[in-house]
Design a protein around this ligand. Structure first.
Ligand code: GDP
Length: 435
């Protein structure tokens, strides 16, 4: 039997209101002893909240009750909306902790119960985690769609189609050769091919939704004094900046975070990868090299006042964007692949932001909210496709059925329909306490 859990579900620190939530079988009795009654479900009720031991008043606030299974967790849920000061909140939490039927909730435990009770599937749980982490409106919108079950419907739809195909195909296995007019497993192949095709298209999305969820990294490189840090600061002060230019200077690597088309972009200034002479500097170089490896795009900064880009051979590939910086000082012959930019005058900044967004592939086509957001889903779908392709090529009916069963299991793992015990700790570890 699950213990009844409680936690502060609103943020820490001083606030107008703090929400303390409880879930489990002891919710009714707790509300009864602390407020004198169990409020009508789903109606906010003003009550005096008391310590049951000595009747001391802890606060006066709103109390809510949600009767299971019509609650977030599927169990009885109670909420105290109290004044958000440390003494009130801590007093109430300490009082709850003293009660024998209650135990403080661990991270994500409310959501875990919602999952265990079938209120949310795994993609919805992940959507909820993403919503709490969302920094931009676009990220929040994507997370909300996923929480609403956009991905569940898609993946469950495919799964159901395969289950139906398997049932039909296997119907033939119960009969002897003479009785079965045709190979039923072969007959369902066209239906399975439709699902395989849909998965193939879904996988070939270019990773747009995943980039929106995860964010991207752009690394600035170039010789010392070409103006990398000036450029980073200028970008961080542009309209695109979301979080304060976090000058998280960890020796030789400076970061800032901006939002481009709703996608969080981490800008990293490597301060020039040099030959390391001493140990400390060597560490800086290692960090810079690591940043380069992880970069989705490298901004190679040249100094327009010093070098003629025509003379300068910078590695050009899909991963690199070349900038002729300090364009206010010098105008070379324009080269199509090199962007003139000045951090001083702001020249070229708009074009730079557009080009970055374009090169990073940040703008999603309308996908009806059914876009791939996680590597976990991508891997399961790739596995599923392997099994479906094997099924299509299989001539032995029994082996074909086994491949189809494996493909169904792959899809079931995404939504958590089949045994996913091994995944749960990883997924719920992303949550905070009270969620
Ligand atoms: P970093 O070593 O590559 O990070 O270069 P800094 O950002 O420290 O800049 C080096 C020098 O170039 C500083 O004196 C800046 O004021 C100057 N600088 C940076 N950007 C520009 C620019 O767009 N135009 C001009 N004229 N000078 C710039």
């Amino acid at each position: 039997m699950n213990k009844t859990i409680f936690a502060l579900s609103s943020g820490g620190g001083r606030a107008g209101v703090a929400v303390i939530r409880l879930s489990g079988t002891a919710v009714r009795s707790t509300l009864q002893t602390m407020t004198g009654k169990v409020p009508e479900p789903r109606y906010a009720t003003l009550a005096t909240i008391r310590d049951p031991e000595n009747k001391a008043v802890l606060d006066k606030g709103l109390v809510l009750f949600f009767s299971g299974p019509h609650s977030f967790t599927g169990e009885d849920v109670g909420e105290f909306h109290v004044h958000g000061g440390p003494a009130v909140v801590e007093g109430l939490l300490a009082c709850l902790a003293r009660q024998p039927d209650l135990v403080a909730a661990g991270p994500g435990q409310f959501t875990r119960r919602a999952f265990d009770n079938g209120k949310l599937d795994l993609t919805q749980v992940e959507g909820l985690a993403d919503l709490i982490e969302a920094e931009t409106p676009q990220q929040a919108a994507q997370a909300l769609r996923q929480m609403d079950g956009a991905l569940s419907r898609l993946y469950e739809g495919w799964r159901t189609a395969l289950v139906r195909a398997l049932a039909y195909g296997e119907a033939g296995l119960d009969f002897s050769d003479e009785e079965v007019p045709e190979d039923l497993m072969a007959a369902v192949k066209p239906d399975v091919a439709v699902v395989a095709q849909a998965i193939t298209v879904h996988l070939a999305d270019g990773g747009v939704a995943q980039r929106l969820r995860d964010g991207v990294t752009v690394v600035l490189t170039g010789k010392p004094n070409v103006g990398k840090s000036s450029l980073l600061n200028r970008l961080a002060q542009s309209d695109a900046a979301i979080v304060s230019a976090r000058p998280g200077t960890t020796r030789d690597v400076v970061k800032a975070r901006i939002a481009l088309d709703g996608v969080p972009v981490t800008l990293v200034d490597t301060a020039g990868i040099r030959d390391a002479e001493d140990e400390i500097e060597a560490e800086g170089v290692r960090r810079a090299e690591r940043a380069l490896e992880e970069a989705d795009l490298v901004l190679h900064v040249l100094d327009a006042s010093e070098e003629d880009p025509a003379m300068f051979h910078v590695k050009q590939d899909d991963q690199t964007l070349i900038i002729a910086h300090k364009s206010d000082l010098n105008h070379w012959q324009q080269e199509a692949h090199i962007l003139p930019v000045s951090s001083k005058t702001g020249e070229g900044m708009e074009i730079l932001l557009h080009t970055l967004s374009d090169r990073l592939g940040l703008v999603a086509d309308a996908q009806g909210g059914q876009a791939l957001t996680r590597t976990r889903h991508r891997q399961a779908l790739e596995d599923c496709l392997v099994h479906l392709n094997r099924f299509m090529a299989q001539t032995d009916t029994v082996l074909a059925a086994e491949d189809l069963r494996l493909a169904i299991r792959d899809l079931g793992r995404i939504t958590g329909r089949v045994d996913v015990e091994d995944l749960l700790d990883v997924i719920f570890a992303d949550f905070c306490i009270g969620k």
